[in-house]
Write a protein that binds this ligand. Structure first.
Ligand SMILES: Nc1ncnc2c1ncn2[C@@H]1O[C@H](COP(=O)(O)OP(=O)(O)OP(=O)(O)O)[C@@H](O)[C@H]1O
Length: 286
């Protein structure tokens, strides 16, 4: 059974095409990072996967079923986003109680441990919490639910560095204990890189890449030298960006950092280094 199977999906808000011909699948538990520039359609894709929006055409299949308006499948999907509302008078204790009723794989021990770790007061109203504390309540629910498909939409927005680190550690621990499909969006690729086994990149309304993290760890190089020398080692179509620095050319290229390429650069007097993943992604989606 495929966990996710998305075929030729198009989605519009009114007449505006937001996602076009989206196709990807996943058949094993994995932590996948979702990256794209502002307005690229990350939240929209997450809403389609969690059954909160319906595709205009194509087929969205999650856990072998169409998730839109389908409680049988959506009970196995957790979608956590910043503006989630809790009941006005709810405390953490209430939120955890309701979450335990709606999530059949709920792990109370993990929820208790996380509430302690995040130092969330159990009996105070969530409505009186700071923005970061409010987010933490959702993160605890997202993790302790152990849903087969768990989707975190920019989960660390508004969290301080310490809380972000705690969340990432908790996510890894929870996943190791119970591997499942986890999709996590973030603009800060460096933060999620150590956690992710794959990256899903959206650009121009479509999936640009759905690759293991290792692909992004080798792809994308920065070269400095004479442009004619650089063009002798990489093809012009792989050149993403060129700048002039003190009479020399600085080029970012969409090629893998291989031993052969390093050696060719050495022979041609070209300095070469791996670009940061963030720079590479920004350039490849420009
Ligand atoms: N309810 C809506 N009605 C109309 N258009 C919408 C709606 N929600 C989102 N959009 C549009 O859909 C596009 C994709 O938005 P989406 O929120 O999915 O992007 P995103 O990648 O999550 O962006 P960001 O990184 O800024 O959060 C944007 O152009 C946005 O304006």
């Amino acid at each position: 059974m495929k966990i996710i199977d998305i075929r030729n999906v198009n989605f519009k808000y009114r007449d505006e095409l937001i996602l076009e011909n989206i196709t990807f699948d996943e058949d094993s538990p994995v932590i996948t990072g979702l990256w794209g520039r502002n307005g690229a359609g990350k939240t929209t894709l997450m809403k389609l996967l969690s059954g909160q929006e319906r595709e205009v055409s194509g087929d969205v299949c999650v856990l072998n079923a169409h998730p839109f308006n389908n409680h049988a499948v959506s009970k196995n999907i957790s979608y956590l986003r910043e503006d989630h509302h809790f009941g006005k008078s709810w405390t953490v204790k209430d939120a955890m109680y309701f979450a335990s009723l709606f999530n059949e794989n709920w792990d109370q021990e993990e929820a208790d441990t996380l509430v302690e770790q995040f130092k969330l007061p159990r009996k105070k109203k969530i409505a009186s919490f700071s923005k970061g504390m409010h987010t933490m309540v959702q993160l605890v629910i997202g993790l302790a639910s152990h849903s087969k498909v768990t989707i975190f939409d920019e989960p660390t927005n508004g969290l301080d560095a310490h809380a972000r680190k705690q969340f990432f550690q908790a996510l890894k621990k929870s996943y190791d204990k119970n591997p499942r499909y986890i999709l996590i969006s973030s603009h800060h690729i460096n933060e999620i890189e150590p956690l992710c086994e794959k990256l899903l990149i959206i650009s121009d309304k479509s999936i640009k890449f759905h690759e293991p993290i290792e692909y992004f760890q080798t792809q994308g190089v920065s070269m400095m030298g004479k442009i004619e020398d650089i063009k002798s080692v990489v093809s012009s179509i792989d050149i993403l960006e060129t700048a002039q620095i003190m009479g020399r050319s600085k080029v970012m290229a969409n090629v893998a950092m291989t031993k052969e390429l390093k050696e060719s650069c050495e022979r041609n007097g070209i300095q070469i280094e791996k670009t940061s993943m963030q720079d590479f992604l920004v350039n490849i989606t420009s």
